[in-house]
Design a protein around this ligand. Structure first.
Ligand SMILES: [Zn+2]
Length: 400
C-alpha cells in the first residue's frame, strides 16, 4: 500500500454507536487514519481524478475490524464428545496447530483480536510466548491461561483451584504464568434440564475483592464466569471488570453493572448452539428457553445502559471460531440493538475491555484496522458472511 491513500466508503459505521454515515472519505497515512469526512458524490469524482490512489468502496460499508472478547482457542466448535475429549488431552504441538487454525478462522471473519477465556494447560500462554507468528497471522491474542475455580466445583476443563491452603489472591500472586487477564469461575454451568436452575457462588465477596484488588495493582482485569443472581451479584459487588455469560442474573444485577460501568459479555450464541444441536429433545427445549431469557436480559441491558460486549465462547459445542461472531451480532439485533449499537459491542467496547487503544474505532489518530462488507448496513449481519476486504495497520490483508 502507498504511504498515503484514501478510501471512499459508501457507508461508514465508526464503532462508537453513532448512526451510519453515507459517502465518507477516509484518509490514511502510514497505517493511521488521518481524517474522516463526509464526501458528496461530485467531490468524490473530483478527488478521484486528483487522487488515482483512492480506493472506491461506494456500494460497500466500512466498519472497524471485529474483536471477540471470549473464545477458547484450544478447543474447536465440534459437538462430537470423542473429539472434544481428545482435544482436552492432546499435547502442545497438536494444540498449537489448532490454535493457529482457529486464529485463521477469526482472521477471515474479520476478527482481528480475541480474548481467550482459559485452557487447562495454559497452552495459549505458551503459544503466545513461543509460537505466535504474527507475520503469518496477525490476530492479536489476550490470554488468561489457567482459570481459577473452587476445588470440587465446575471449571476443571479450563483451569485449576487455588493451591493448598493458599487463598485465591495468594494463588494468583504466586503463579509466574503472566496471563493478560485473570479468569475466575464463580458459578456452575447453566442447566439444560431444568429451566432457570441456579448454582451457588464458588467464591466469597472477600475472595473476589482481594483478587480484583491484586489484579488492578498489576494493571490487569478480572473476567468472571458467573450465572445466576448470587454468583453475579458477588462478582459485581467485588468490581470484577467483566461478567461472562450472566444467564439468569436478574434486573438488579443488570442495573448495578450499568451503575458501576462494568462490562457484560452474554455469550448467548452458546445457548443458540445447544438449542440447534439438541433440537426436538427436552434439553433442546430448555436451551431454547434459556436463550429466550438471555435475549430478554440483553434487551433490558440496552434499556439500562449496560455496556454489552460481544464474546462468543467459541470452542464450546457447536460454536465455531470466527463464524460465531455473526450469530452473536444477530442475537443482539434480535434483542433490540440497532446495527450501529451491535457493531459498537463488537468493536470499541471490546477493544476498550481488552486494552487496545488504537483499534476498534474509525476516527482520526486510530490505526487503520477496518473491514469492508458488501451493500448498506441494512444487510447486516448477513453481509458479514463474506467479507470483501480486511485492512490492518492500513495494509490490505485479504480481498475476496
Ligand atoms: Zn468460556
Amino acid at each position: 500500500m502507498p504511504e498515503f491513500y484514501s478510501v471512499f466508503a459508501g457507508w461508514l459505521i465508526d464503532g462508537n454507536g453513532s448512526p451510519a454515515r453515507e459517502n465518507v472519505l477516509i484518509e490514511i497515512e502510514k497505517g493511521e487514519i488521518r481524517s474522516v469526512s463526509d464526501c458528496a458524490e461530485e467531490i468524490r469524482k473530483e478527488k478521484y481524478f486528483l487522487q488515482p490512489d483512492m480506493i472506491d468502496l461506494s456500494g460497500f460499508t466500512v466498519l472497524p475490524s471485529l474483536v471477540d472478547s471470549h473464545v477458547h482457542l484450544t478447543m474447536s466448535g465440534s459437538a462430537d464428545l470423542k473429539i472434544r475429549e481428545s482435544q482436552q488431552v492432546e499435547g502442545f504441538e497438536d494444540v498449537c496447530k489448532r490454535i493457529m487454525a482457529h486464529l485463521d478462522d477469526h482472521l477471515y471473519c474479520g476478527v482481528l483480536a480475541v480474548r481467550d477465556g482459559g485452557d487447562r494447560n495454559a497452552y495459549t500462554i505458551r503459544f503466545r510466548n513461543s509460537c505466535h507468528n504474527q507475520s503469518r497471522n496477525p490476530v492479536l491474542m489476550k490470554v488468561s491461561g489457567k482459570a481459577w475455580h473452587r476445588k470440587g466445583r465446575y471449571g476443571r476443563l479450563i483451569g485449576r483451584p487455588p493451591s493448598g491452603s493458599k487463598t485465591l489472591a495468594e494463588s494468583i500472586y504466586d503463579t509466574d504464568e503472566m496471563p493478560d487477564q485473570i479468569k475466575i469461575v464463580n458459578s456452575g454451568l447453566n442447566s439444560l434440564s431444568l429451566f432457570g436452575k441456579q448454582t451457588l457462588p464458588q467464591f466469597t465477596f472477600r475472595e473476589l475483592k482481594d483478587a480484583v484488588d491484586l489484579a488492578e495493582k498489576y494493571g490487569k482485569k478480572v473476567m468472571v464466569h458467573a450465572n445466576g443472581v448470587k454468583p453475579v451479584g458477588i462478582a459485581v459487588a467485588a468490581g470484577c471488570h467483566s461478567i461472562e455469560h450472566g444467564f439468569f442474573m436478574g434486573e438488579d444485577n443488570l442495573k448495578k453493572i450499568a451503575e458501576k460501568e462494568l462490562i457484560w459479555v452474554p455469550t448467548a450464541v452458546t445457548m443458540k448452539a445447544y438449542a440447534g444441536l439438541m433440537k426436538g429433545s427436552d434439553t433442546g427445549l430448555v436451551s431454547e428457553k434459556n436463550l429466550d431469557h438471555q435475549i430478554e436480559q440483553i434487551g433490558l441491558a440496552r434499556e439500562f445502559g449496560v455496556k454489552v460486549a460481544i464474546g462468543t465462547d467459541s470452542g464450546s459445542p457447536g460454536v465455531d471460531h470466527g463464524k460465531a461472531m455473526r450469530d452473536e451480532m444477530e442475537i443482539l439485533l434480535e434483542a433490540g440493538f440497532s446495527v450501529e449499537e451491535t457493531v459498537r459491542s463488537a468493536t470499541s467496547i471490546n477493544a476498550d475491555l481488552i486494552g487496545l487503544k488504537k483499534t476498534g474505532r474509525i476516527a482520526k489518530g486510530m490505526r487503520a484496522d477496518f473491514i469492508v462488507a458488501k451493500d448498506s448496513p441494512l444487510e447486516f449481519p448477513k453481509s458479514l458472511q463474506s467479507i470483501e476486504r480486511i485492512y490492518m495497520d492500513g495494509n490490505l490483508m485479504y480481498k475476496a
